[in-house]
Design a protein around this ligand. Structure first.
Ligand code: PHE
Length: 506
């Protein structure tokens, strides 16, 4: 245990955790989710979810990692043997996300290059679908698309290179540069967006509260879903990162910093995106509601259009935007891949170099499927199913396991309190043992019901395609979790826990 890799300081750890949290979800998911779920009124459920699930779970995962000092499966096995499979399930989910998240970063790199000449022309959607991605139908994979394949290889060289270098020299060193750089570049974009004609109208539309949304269960579920995805909780990630923390680091404070930094960036992105959308609507003489988009189309079709319409420095802002997207994505991808690097190293007793070569190599190879003509369809379906039956659901199992099966909330609370300035109160235990399970439980059943009743995409995708790449992927991650937990550990003390003596400090 003494030789476990460590971050050099708490600041290094926080950069890494914030880097994981701030990602595509902040830039292209949050603004659209907030707008669709009550605009200004959404902040109420959002804040509630942050304080009853987001930050409490961050504290929980930081404490588990710090106390049990292992990858998620090893740490959870140390909490109680039966928890191990949840850690592997989360790793399975992370693996799947990594295979397509990397592809989106590859697109961002390609679009950085396109920015130099505004290659996307005036019909940006057609450029994206037909000229760039060369999307075919779902019946066959089609051939590789070189414009995706080449930057994708570059993404993997960067990410695996950083992971190869280790926790301190790789992850910490990279995120310490990338996150401040991202914040600076992105702030420049937001300031430019806010000073465009029509920006104010965009913000008005974004913040206009629809108070009736508060009474709608879906809005609350959307808030929880956003918090889980955006904070990277329930993914094995934060457990892994905090297992590299120097002992006796303030946990609770670090969780608050991470949570508020992430939400702050989310809000910043909301301002930027809606100011820009307001500008676009004004240029085209339409209402803001007609131009709102989220996800792939927001980044790769709407933003290129906005860039075309800018009064000056179009290329510069194109580059700034796509580099920001790539940076935000890269620091998240690093964290996703690191979680299973840690798991592989410990379960198979191999070196970091071997884990990165084989584990990372395998992800890179699987991700190539998304660099084909069928890539966009695959990505859409895999992303949808893993979000419905992975993200948050694995978090639900995790909190139920800790709070109700292993009954570890009290001991974990005293561990966190022993090293932290802010002491945890009953809100922490009630949030994790009752509020979060109730909301997420409702969410899980509602998701199941909807997906069993109607097909995703309302018939856009053939059933067989949904089955093959949607359900199989989502359930496969869970099955993988169970399978991996059957393999016994070698050379790891399953009874290990950090020896901070709570009685002494308490
Ligand atoms: N939190 C990241 C974001 O907001 C995404 C992410 C999801 C990272 C899952 C790791 C794991 O985009």
């Amino acid at each position: 245990m003494e030789n476990r890799a460590q971050f050099s300081s708490r600041a290094g750890f926080i950069f890494a955790a914030v880097g994981s949290a701030i990602g595509l979800g902040n830039i292209w998911r949050f603004p659209a989710v907030a707008y669709d779920n009550g605009g200004g009124a959404f902040f109420l459920p959002y804040l509630f979810a942050l304080l009853t699930a987001g930050i409490p779970l961050l504290i929980l995962e930081f404490t588990i990692g710090n106390k049990y000092r292992g990858s998620a499966p090893l740490s959870l096995a140390r909490v109680r043997r039966g928890g191990e499979w949840i850690g592997w399930w989360q790793i399975g989910i992370s693996f799947i996300i990594a295979t397509y998240y990397s592809v989106i970063i590859a697109w961002a790199l390609a679009y950085t290059y396109f920015s130099f000449n505004l290659n996307w022309g005036s019909d940006t959607t057609n450029f994206l679908i037909a000229d760039y991605l060369k999307v075919g139908d779902t019946a066959s994979m089609g051939s590789f698309v070189p414009g995706v394949l080449i930057p994708l290889i570059l993404v993997w060289v960067i990410v695996l290179g950083i992971l190869f270098a280790g926790v301190k020299k790789g992850i910490e060193a990279a995120t310490k540069v990338m996150i401040p750089l991202l914040v600076v570049l992105f702030t420049v974009i937001v300031i430019r967006a806010l000073t465009l004609d029509g920006a104010v109208e965009g913000l008005n539309q974004f913040f206009k509260p629809d108070w009736s949304a508060i009474g709608n269960g879906k809005v609350w579920v959307a808030a929880y879903g956003q918090i889980f995805f955006s904070l990277s909780i329930g993914f094995a990630i934060m457990i892994t990162y905090s297992s590299y923390l120097p002992k006796k680091t303030d946990i609770t404070n670090s969780a608050f910093i991470t949570g508020f930094a992430n939400s702050g960036f989310e809000l910043l992105a909301g301002f930027g995106v809606f100011a820009a959308l307001g500008f676009m609507a004004a240029q085209q003489g339409v209402g803001v509601n007609e131009v709102v988009q989220g996800g792939v189309l927001l980044a790769f079709s709407v933003f290129p259009t906005i860039i075309n319409e800018l009064p000056g420095f179009q290329q510069v802002f194109g580059i700034l935007f796509f580099v920001s997207l790539a940076l935000a994505g890269l620091t998240s991808l690093i964290s996703i891949v690191e979680t299973y690097m840690a798991g592989i190293q410990e379960k198979f007793n191999v070196s970091r170099a071997k884990a990165v070569t084989f584990g990372g190599g395998l992800t890179a190879i699987v991700s190539l499927a998304f660099a084909t003509q069928n890539g966009l369809n695959l990505l859409d379906v895999a992303d949808y199913f893993i979000n419905q039956f992975g993200v948050a659901m694995a978090g639900l199992f995790e909190v139920i396991f800790i709070a109700w099966f292993a009954k570890q909330l009290k001991p974990l609370q005293s561990y966190a309190d022993a090293v932290s300035d802010i002491k945890l109160g009953a809100w922490w235990r009630i949030s994790l043992s009752i509020i979060t399970p109730v909301v997420l439980g409702y969410m899980m059943f509602d998701n199941l019901r909807q997906n069993l009743v109607g097909d995703y995409g309302g018939g856009d995708y053939p059933r067989e395609f949904l089955f093959k790449y949607g359900w199989t992927v989502a359930l496969g991650a869970m099955f993988f979790g169970i399978l991996m937990s059957l393999k016994p550990w070698k050379g790891h003390d399953l009874d290990y826990e950090s020896e901070i003596d709570e009685r002494e400090v308490g």
